[in-house]
Design a protein around this ligand. Sequence first.
Ligand code: TEU
Ligand code: CA
Length: 537
Amino acid sequence: MKRTWWKEAVVYQVYWRSFYDTNGDGYGDLEGVIQKLDYIRELGADVIWLNPCFGSPDVDNGYDIADYRSVMPKAGTVDTFDRLLKEVHARGMKLIMDLVVNHTSDQHPWFTESRSAKDHPKRDYYIWRKEPNNWRSYFTPSTWEYDEATGEYYFHSFAVQQPDLNWDNPRVREEIYDMMRFWLEKGIDGFRMDVINLLAKQAGFPDAANPDDISYLGNNPGIHEYLQEMHDKVLKHYDIFTVGEIPFVTPEDGVLYVGEERGELHTLFHFEVCDYMAHWDMQRFKEIQKRWYEGMWGKGWNSQFLNNHDHTRVVTRFGNDTTYRVESAKCFATLLHTLPGMPYIYQGEEIGMTGVRFDSIDDYNDIAMKNKYKEEVGKGRDPQEVFESLLHLARDNSRTPMQWDDSSNGGFTDGTPWIKVNPNYRDINVSAALSDPNSVFYYYKTLIQLRKQHPVMVYGSYEPLLEEHEQIYAYTRSLDGEKWLVVLNISEQTVACELPASVSLEGKELLIGNYAVESDAGELRLEPYEARVYRLA
Ligand code: TEU
Ligand code: CA
């Protein structure tokens, strides 16, 4: 497989509003990112993915853009952005930005014009119909919102305040391509493309048999033509990296988006783990990895992530965030870095930050959660029961401020944070992690260094072992005669396990592990959440 810089990279996701606040307004800002770049460099990440920081009324934390070429005042100015980019490059790192072009804010001037009159030249920048169909959106009971001004409905895949652009309209596409060039000409290193497979809509918007399965929103005919045009007109003219956020995708469709010869995207995020596996499910996880490996290996490149700004933190969701917090954080870190695909680290993951549970719906901010709460309570359900049902997967779980030290608000802000800090910041914070050689932070750092030294972690083929095992996940990675064994106990029990006879650990080098190992001879016994990586050959 062709070797490229981005296949070898580790990405660190910066949710800037919760990263570091430098002016006391309670929001993290781009200046804060600049001040913490040496921290990210110390970890060893190669690429920073910055969540959207464009002009926005901020109903969906920046995913509702009203001005694509400006920076929202909470984040800073275009000038701060330019400095950030310069400082990232000065440290030998790269920066990718969020590209949110399935929808805009309803405050975008295009939409103001579009909704003003049926015969406005920009009417067709968005999608208007006389009658709604029965589809649900991500955040609301209908994808259609009635607009009094002209007596028609507009289409929105997310919130009412996020009308979908009409990608069928070539003028819309040209506007977006121009805007992309604006940022690329500044020298950014690529895009994380928000719900990019939603751009093409189903012709005629037929009613769905089951409106709760919203997969009708994505992967519709026309999507690959749009992406190939985007590639041809914009992407291929720059040395950049792209990752598409692609819900409802199968490996067969995946290769259509990221196939190396197709001229669309470089990599993708699929959501088989994060959207459909609420709790750890060993068999399911193994099956997902195997199916994606078999479907994509040798054809297109994948990504690995276990949480992000939309998904509960990994130790809380899949590991154990009390007794085995450190062990499970390191165990999942090992998994993330040794499976095939680019690893994504979400800020705070590298110190084992946990998901939060606030006491009241008023402590939450996320529009997805609040809309769902209103909808369910509106049906007459008990508010407390609804609230509790939403806690485990609430998107704000992972959005609480970065915990830098044990001072008030975890050192995130001198003001009042936009969302409460997780009360465990006195114990779990960057400063504590940096002064403990056994911390989760240094474990991540070591994994990243290993990747730099050993191409087998990137390009090695993947073979699962012990496929039926309920607690142990084991696999090898092999490249050019080199062979590594990864063995993980993803459970709270001590587990004795028998490797296939062909695999002997005798005298084999332990490359990394999260427990002190006394002897590699004889039976393999793994402590709760123990992770080991051996070089077999
Ligand atoms: O998320 C897309 C999206 O809604 C899912 O793929 C995601 O897994 C879901 O939130 C889980 O319930 C993107 C952004 O990451 C998100 O923050 C935005 O709200 C959304 O697009 C709309 O732009
Ligand atoms: Ca600020």
